[in-house]
Design a protein around this ligand. Structure first.
Ligand code: 5GP
Ligand code: ZN
Length: 112
């Protein structure tokens, strides 16, 4: 999709620190990390949010979660948090589905 930041990262048009790739997903470090490990896992295809991806491509949706687990395990984290912000009211700022994977520090609940 034109003018989508994460489509451009998937296409290699904008550089990113890519840590893992599968047929359907790309995982790269967040530019503004909120934990010692903060990786974003995105589908290669453009969908605006997690629900739209799940409806359109359940396999890719599942692969986001299995990729998140693989990334956390590869960096030695048994415990990690995965988050889909959905909608600007809860902080979604990039409208290409992305799963945040955060680990490496204590976290509180509920989130802010
Ligand atoms: P959201 O707020 O939509 O849930 O998450 C978007 C995330 O993308 C934010 O955590 C933000 O730091 C990250 N981000 C924004 N621009 C870039 C970029 O150009 N490169 C990378 N790697 N991450 C970005
Ligand atoms: Zn996109």
């Amino acid at each position: 999709m034109e003018d989508c930041l994460f489509c451009k990262i998937v296409a290699g048009e904008i550089p990113a620190d890519v840590v893992h790739q599968t047929e359907r997903t790309v995982a790269f470090r967040d530019l503004n990390p909120q934990a010692p490990m903060h990786v974003l896992v995105v589908p290669r295809d453009h969908h605006a949010n997690a629900a739209e991806l799940a409806a359109a491509d359940p396999q890719a949706s599942a692969e986001l979660v299995t990729t998140a687990a693989a990334v956390a395990a590869a960096e030695g984290h048994d415990d990690y948090r995965i988050v889909f912000n959905t909608g600007p009211g809860v902080g979604q700022s990039v409208f290409h589905t992305h799963l945040h994977v955060l680990a490496g520090r204590a976290m509180t609940w509920p989130p802010g």
